[in-house]
Design a protein. Sequence first.
Length: 84
Amino acid sequence: YESEIGGVVLNFGMVSMIDSYIYGAFEKVSRVLTLFGRKVVWVGLSPGVVCAMIDIGIELDGSIIHTAMTLERGLAKLEEAAEQ
């Protein structure tokens, strides 16, 4: 909390499946980080993981969790947020 870290990137590149329990765990971590004033960006969500999330009715809260296709784009989002 005392560091100058402005944001966190969670890389899902190696995640091949997701269920409501796994999603809930990552969402809780994201919410806690947001409470500490950090922007959270999820990157590397594969099409299969996104389809599974849709199938189980998960809707990402855009005010808590931001997404990007690649790590580079995720870092760019964090940089943009730091400039504001």
